[in-house]
Ligand binder design. Structure first.
Ligand code: ADP
Ligand code: MG
Length: 264
């Protein structure tokens, strides 16, 4: 890749001298093989810096979830390079991976992935327990973070007693509770009303700014674009543009960001 293209795509040396949290080069990921192969990632180049909130946008099926899953070490890439704070999941055995992921990364899954038989405080404490924190301390910390996301009164409820938006906030609390350096979120505001969505992204942004953490947020939600430091646009398995604001992608009214309407 030439320097000119690297600069245009927002990858390569950072003029502000920030450190890299994530570095992807020519990342390829296929699902299946032979005639039914789906080429989900077709050579992704992307850098995420420490202390920034990078939003990842693009049409449904363009590879956003696949990309953040590869970054977070949930899925293996087929080709290319990908490092998180200089470490490469593909160079680790499964034990090392679990340990590194557990310490370093918080993942908000689109489907929440809460454990139905645990209370929400227990759900949120899971990453701490996996990192060897004792149960009492883990539950205390879980309850603190649940208060921050506005669920302090619900800590002993089972997930199925909560609305979709509340479950989404539990999933976000769980991704933050162990103080990860990289937080990866798949559509974290999709089940939230405007005000709660704003609050959650404000919280996520605050977390990123304090302590030089990094956030990668997949979203269709044009109401939260202003929180992004940069926006990477994907199409058909590639990052085709990286911009500083949504206006550069969608123009002043940003209607095409989510098909013209608000979120459901
Ligand atoms: P996005 O999150 O942008 O909607 P995805 O990363 O989920 O996109 O999917 C990218 C492409 O890979 C799509 O064509 C999708 O149908 C396909 N895909 C995703 N997951 C799987 C899977 N587990 N098996 C086969 N194909 C998949
Ligand atoms: Mg997706």
């Amino acid at each position: 890749m030439t320097t000119a293209i690297a600069t245009q795509q927002g990858i390569g040396a950072d003029p502000a001298g920030r450190k890299l949290a994530v570095r992807c080069r020519n990342v390829v990921k296929n699902y299946g093989s032979g005639q039914s192969v789906v080429r989900a990632l077709r050579g992704i180049d992307l850098d995420v810096y420490e202390g920034e909130l990078l939003m990842l946008v693009g049409p449904s099926g363009c590879g956003k979830t696949t990309l953040i899953s590869v970054i977070a070490g949930v899925l293996d890439r087929d080709q290319g390079e990908c490092t998180v704070f200089g470490e490469d999941f593909s160079a680790m055995n499964s034990r090392q991976r679990t340990r590194f992921r557990g310490k370093t990364i918080g993942f908000v899954f689109q489907s929440f992935n809460l454990i139905p038989t645990l209370t929400i405080a227990e759900n949120v404490s899971v990453p701490l327990l996996l990192n060897g924190v004792d149960r009492r301390t883990a539950l205390k910390k879980a309850k603190e973070i649940l208060s921050i996301v506005g669920l302090g009164e619900r800590t002993n409820d089972a997930p199925n007693r909560l609305s979709g938006g509340q479950q989404q906030r539990v999933a976000i609390a769980r991704a933050l509770v162990h103080d990860p350096r990289l937080i990866v979120c798949d559509e974290p505001t999709s089940a939230l009303d405007h005000e709660t969505g704003h609050k959650i992204v404000e919280l996520l942004k605050g977390v990123a700014m304090s302590g030089n953490r990094s956030l990668v947020v997949v979203t269709h939600d044009n109401r939260i674009f202003d929180f992004a430091d940069r926006i990477a646009h994907m199409d058909d398995g590639q990052v085709d543009k990286i911009v500083g604001s949504a206006k550069e992608l969608y123009g002043p009214n940003m209607q095409s960001a989510n098909g013209g309407g608000g979120m459901s």
